[in-house]
Design a protein around this ligand. Structure first.
Ligand SMILES: Nc1nc2c(ncn2[C@@H]2O[C@H](COP(=O)(O)OP(=O)(O)O)[C@@H](O)[C@H]2O)c(=O)[nH]1
Ligand SMILES: [Mg+2]
Length: 403
């Protein structure tokens, strides 16, 4: 066990060092501000709901074209002074860091957010007498961490059985048991690769869906970085046309890694933006098209209609290779309700669980996979540009249990 951790740590250090050597001089300072040093984890998280209307835009308001000051004396010549001057593209393209070993960061971040699950369970299991009350406490701990009722029952049953067989138990043995039982629930044999490379054609088409505020645009941007780092050319489709700032946000992510963003007029038809993005991806011979969508529709019916239409229209080009549902881990059970609604509209092929850095409720991974029968493929570990990690069951469970 320890050897595995050591090996992972060494691998990360070596990879990091190599990455630093190769790209260190070219890598720019990362744009999104780092999360506050001491996040207030006691504050209740914002919980977006299906059907929520957009709230105050989180992005910096941008000046619209009308507000651009014209040079003195110019009246009709504004056309000659295109307002794009405002949006000078970054001169340097960033080189994202490798994805290998990113999930190791989760351990540090989970312990920062007072990871109750692992420590709590191990403490309880280490009691001399594992009586009914203790088992109930173990159950409560799992439920509090959003593992879900059915999986909790399975885990407790499994643990009880194995503890009985074990007789005397050392902390190391208990940790081993807990790790194995948790791994069973998380699942080690699901295909968690994000499918971006269909065999017979290009580009691969990925659609990102989810409720407003869960982290769709951020995830799309982070994913674009990963794909570019792996040598893919990427086109982004800003099919969240609700407000211009949403497309700006995506475009900024794209510009940083040299991915082109296709966008439409504010309030325009999301499906036609998505269609155009794939069209452009085809024309440019791109490897992957990532489509960011809106999740702020008034009603469930509205959501169904719009997402269904985006999907249908895109599929005039080719089938979607991947539909990623983005869920905010801090919203707990509410995330499951959202998952159900989206699964009715589109065939979800993978889950992205964001904001795992801000919650002790990592058990939601287990619950949501059960709910949808679809694997968690990626996890968001922070607001930083490279804070998106491939989901690895072993590393995740190790992060949950801690040292
Ligand atoms: N701490 C943390 N914040 C995140 C993560 N992913 C996204 N966010 C933040 O969540 C907020 C909403 O993200 P955004 O991508 O605009 O959500 P969208 O409305 O679904 O497109 C932004 O402030 C992001 O920086 C994550 O993994 N961890
Ligand atoms: Mg968005």
């Amino acid at each position: 066990m320890d050897i595995v951790i050591l090996a992972v740590v060494i691998a990360v250090v070596v990879l990091g060092a190599l990455g630093g050597l190769v790209v260190g001089s070219r890598r720019k300072k990362q744009l999104p501000p780092p999360p506050p040093a001491a996040p207030d984890i006691t504050a209740p998280p914002a919980e977006p709901h299906v059907g929520d209307e957009a709230e105050t835009p989180r992005d910096e308001p941008r000046r619209t074209i009308e507000e651009v000051d014209l040079p003195d004396g110019s009246t009709g010549v504004a056309v000659e002074e295109p307002p794009v001057v405002e949006e000078l593209p970054p001169t340097e393209i960033e080189v994202p860091e490798p994805t290998a070993g990113r999930l190791v960061r989760l351990r540090a971040r989970l312990s920062r957010s007072q990871n109750a699950l692992g420590k709590g369970l191990l403490t309880l299991l280490s009691r001399e007498h594992l009586d009914e009350d203790t088992w109930e406490e173990i159950e409560d701990t799992l439920l509090t961490a959003d593992v879900g009722v059915q999986p909790t029952q399975e885990l407790v049953d499994g643990l009880r059985e194995r503890v009985k067989v074990l007789g005397t138990r050392t902390p190391v043995e208990l940790r081993g048991l807990l790790r194995e039982e948790l791994l069973k629930l998380v699942g080690t044999d699901m295909d968690r690769t994000v499918r971006t490379e269909p065999e017979d054609r290009k580009p691969g088409i990925v659609m990102v869906v989810g409720v407003n505020g869960t982290g769709k645009t951020t995830t799309t941007g982070k994913l674009a970085r990963v794909l570019v780092a792996d040598g893919n050319s990427v086109v982004l489709g800003a099919a969240d046309t609700f407000r211009a700032a949403a497309a700006d946000q995506l475009q900024t992510w794209g510009e940083r890694v040299g991915a082109h963003t296709v966008r439409g007029p504010e309030g325009g038809d999301p499906a036609s933006v998505a269609f155009d993005a794939v069209k452009e991806g085809k024309e440019l011979g791109s490897d992957v098209v990532l489509i960011d969508t809106a999740g702020r529709l008034h009603t469930k019916t509205g959501l169904m209609d719009e997402l269904g239409k985006v999907k249908r229209v895109v599929e005039k080009h080719a089938p979607l290779d991947e539909v990623l549902l983005v869920l905010d881990a801090t919203t707990g059970q509410n995330g499951l309700v959202q998952a159900r609604v989206f699964a009715e509209v589109v065939d979800i092929t993978g889950i992205v669980l964001t904001k795992l850095d801000g919650t002790a409720k990592g058990g939601i991974v287990i619950a949501v996979q059960r709910e949808l029968g679809v694997p968690v493929k990626l996890v968001g570990l922070g607001e930083g540009a490279d804070d998106l990690a491939p989901f690895e069951p072993e590393a995740f469970v190790d992060a949950l249990i801690g040292e």
